[in-house]
Design a binder for this molecule. Structure first.
Ligand code: F6P
Length: 330
C-alpha cells in the first residue's frame, strides 16, 4: 500500500484553492503517495468525511473559485477532544501526512496535529494576505482584481455625481486588500487598520479637494478599521460616511463589497502560486518532512517552521502606503 496523504481546505475559501488541490493530488500520485480528500476542513475530518482521490477527480477545476473539498470553521476542533478525534480518524485511515490549505487559524490547528505526530504541511490560502513567510497568499491577487473591477464601475457612476463614494473591502484585521486595490484604483483616501485614523483630517482633505474643484472622491476602507471619532453604529464605511456628511458639505454613498471578493475565477498569479506551493508541500511530505508551511518569498518557494511562522506578524509594506500618500496629495 502506498503511503497516504490527506488534503483539506479550511477557514474562508479563496480563489486558487482548487488549483492547489489539483496540484496536491497530482503531485501526490507523482511521488507515489495515495491522495485522500477530506471534506469540510477539520469539521469533516472529525466526522470521517474523507475519500481517496484520483487525477480525474481534479480535472476541470483549475479555473474555478471556491474549493471542491468545501471548507468550514470548526469549534469542536478547537477543543482537545475534537483534536484527538481528528488524529484518531487520520490514524484509522493510515494517513501519515496532511496538507492544510487555509489561513492562520487553520495553521494553528495544523500545528496542534503536528504535535500529536501527524506530518502537517500548511499552504497559505486566504484573500487577506495576512500570513507571514510568504509575499502573497493564494486568493489575494484575485480578490484585489475583483475589488478593482468593482471600483472601476463605481468610478463611472461617481463621475456623474458630486459625492464621496466609500468602498469597504475585506481583510479582517489586515489592510492589504484595501491598500493594494486602493493604489490600483487611484483612490483618493485609503483607510487601513495599520495606520492611525484621524477622521477630521480625512474630512479636511476632502473639503479642500472640493474647494479645488474635485467633483467626486473614492475612499477605500478596510473592514478592520475602527473609527474612534464615529458613532460605532454599523460597518466602518457606514460610520465614516455619516461622519463625513456631518462635517462637510459632501453627500456620501457606501458600497460594502463583502463575499464577492472571495469568488470568481482565480487569476494567473493565483493559479501559478497555488500550483507551485502545493507541489512543494507534497514533495516535502514525500520526504517525510512535516511541521512546515510553504511560501513564496522573492519568487522562490521555501519552507518555514509552522511554529516560527505563527509567531511572526505579517508586516504591511509601507512603501505602498507612502506611494499612495504622494499620489493622492496632488
Ligand atoms: O479571512 C477571509 C475573510 O474573507 C475575511 O476577509 C473576512 O473578515 C472573513 O473571512 C469573513 O468570514 P466569513 O465568510 O466566515 O463571514
Amino acid at each position: 500500500m502506498n503511503r497516504r496523504i490527506g488534503i483539506l481546505t479550511s477557514g474562508g475559501d479563496a480563489p486558487g484553492m482548487n488549483a492547489a488541490i489539483r496540484t496536491a493530488v497530482r503531485a501526490a500520485l507523482h511521488f507515489n503517495l495515495e491522495p485522500w480528500g477530506i471534506f469540510r476542513g477539520y469539521h469533516g475530518l472529525i466526522n470521517g468525511e474523507l475519500q481517496p482521490m484520483t487525477s480525474r477527480d481534479v480535472s476541470g477545476i483549475i479555473q474555478r473559485g471556491g474549493t471542491i473539498l468545501k471548507s468550514a470553521r470548526s469549534d469542536l476542533f478547537k477543543t482537545p477532544e475534537g483534536r484527538d478525534r481528528a488524529v484518531d480518524m487520520l490514524r484509522k485511515h493510515n494517513i501519515e501526512s496532511l496538507i492544510v490549505i487555509g489561513g492562520d487559524g487553520s495553521f494553528r490547528g495544523a500545528l496542534s496535529l503536528q504535535e500529536k505526530g501527524i506530518n502537517v504541511l500548511g499552504i497559505p490560502g486566504t484573500i487577506d494576505n495576512d500570513i507571514p513567510c510568504t509575499d502573497f497568499s493564494i486568493g489575494f491577487d484575485t480578490a484585489v482584481n475583483t475589488v478593482m473591477d468593482a471600483v472601476n464601475k463605481i468610478r463611472d457612476t461617481a463621475s456623474s455625481h458630486d459625492r464621496a463614494y466609500l468602498v469597504e473591502v475585506m481583510g479582517r484585521h489586515s489592510g492589504y486588500i484595501a491598500l493594494y486595490s486602493g493604489l490600483a484604483c487611484g483612490a483618493d483616501v485609503i483607510l487601513i487598520p495599520e495606520v492611525p485614523l484621524d477622521l477630521d483630517e480625512v474630512c479636511s482633505k476632502l473639503a479642500t479637494a472640493v474647494d479645488e474643484g474635485k467633483t467626486f472622491n473614492i475612499i477605500v476602507v478596510a473592514e478592520g478599521v475602527r473609527p474612534a471619532q464615529a458613532d460605532g453604529n454599523g460597518s466602518p464605511a457606514m460610520q465614516i460616511g455619516r461622519y463625513i456628511e456631518s462635517k462637510t458639505s459632501l453627500e456620501t454613498r457606501i458600497t460594502i463589497l463583502g463575499h464577492i471578493q472571495r469568488g470568481g475565477a482565480p487569476t494567473v498569479r493565483d493559479r501559478v502560486l497555488a500550483s507551485r506551493l502545493a507541489y512543494y508541500a507534497v514533495e516535502l511530505a514525500a520526504r517525510g518532512v512535516g511541521g512546515k508551511m510553504v511560501g513564496e518569498v522573492d519568487q522562490k518557494v521555501a519552507a518555514f517552521d509552522l511554529a516560527y511562522a505563527l509567531a511572526q506578524e505579517k508586516q504591511l509594506n509601507m512603501d505602498y502606503y507612502r506611494l499612495y500618500e504622494v499620489l493622492s496629495a496632488i
